[in-house]
Design a protein around this ligand. Sequence first.
Ligand SMILES: O=c1[nH]c(=O)c2ncn([C@@H]3O[C@H](COP(=O)(O)OP(=O)(O)OP(=O)(O)O)[C@@H](O)[C@H]3O)c2[nH]1
Ligand SMILES: [Mg+2]
Length: 201
Amino acid sequence: MEEVIIATKNSGKAKEFERIFASKGLQVKTLLDFPEIEEVEETGSTFEENAILKAETIANQLGKMVIADDSGLEVDALEGRPGVYSARYAGNEKNDEANIDKVLEELAGVSGNRRSARFCCVLAVARPGAPTLTFAGACEGEILEERRGSHGFGYDPIFFATEKGKSMAELLPDEKNKISHRAKALEKLQEHLAIGSGDDL
Ligand SMILES: O=c1[nH]c(=O)c2ncn([C@@H]3O[C@H](COP(=O)(O)OP(=O)(O)OP(=O)(O)O)[C@@H](O)[C@H]3O)c2[nH]1
Ligand SMILES: [Mg+2]
């Protein structure tokens, strides 16, 4: 089976990529399969810069094509925060529950029509000897006043996905994978690269 390497240590992202690529007959490997590889420091100031940094660093180490995902939540009333700091918004230890609490606290007293937000994702594809490519996707919504649903990861329980009329965590994995920022970026990537066709990339 053809294999795709995703440079992520986030198990929530890993599950989504596994599910999407499995439906195309592709096997996903992530950095969870390579525990000896250290996490890349995300020093960029945009999703694009961080995605490129992660993809190129790991592609150079493995000598193979690698896809990286940098993503996050942009809340308009918070001037785009948590943005590129989404994973560690409430502290260095990457705690999803504490991150959600922090966003809810910062939005206390902000009324429904001012709670607009979006999930953003940039995928970077790095290949030894070839220019790195990037693909972006976004998913529009609003921040709920409390958690709803138990699927997904990260901020999903407080993100109301406008297109579906439900929180992202109320959607089944296949439903999220049709509308998410990650799915949209991946769709663009697959239009450009013949992953899964057996062709050389
Ligand atoms: O509710 C969510 N549903 C999503 O679909 C989603 N996608 C991203 N995020 C948030 O944004 C951070 C990414 O930061 P990030 O791109 O640096 O990833 P990460 O540090 O978790 O793993 P890695 O891929 O860098 O190894 C994540 O941790 C989450 O907090 C999401 N939250
Ligand atoms: Mg990260």
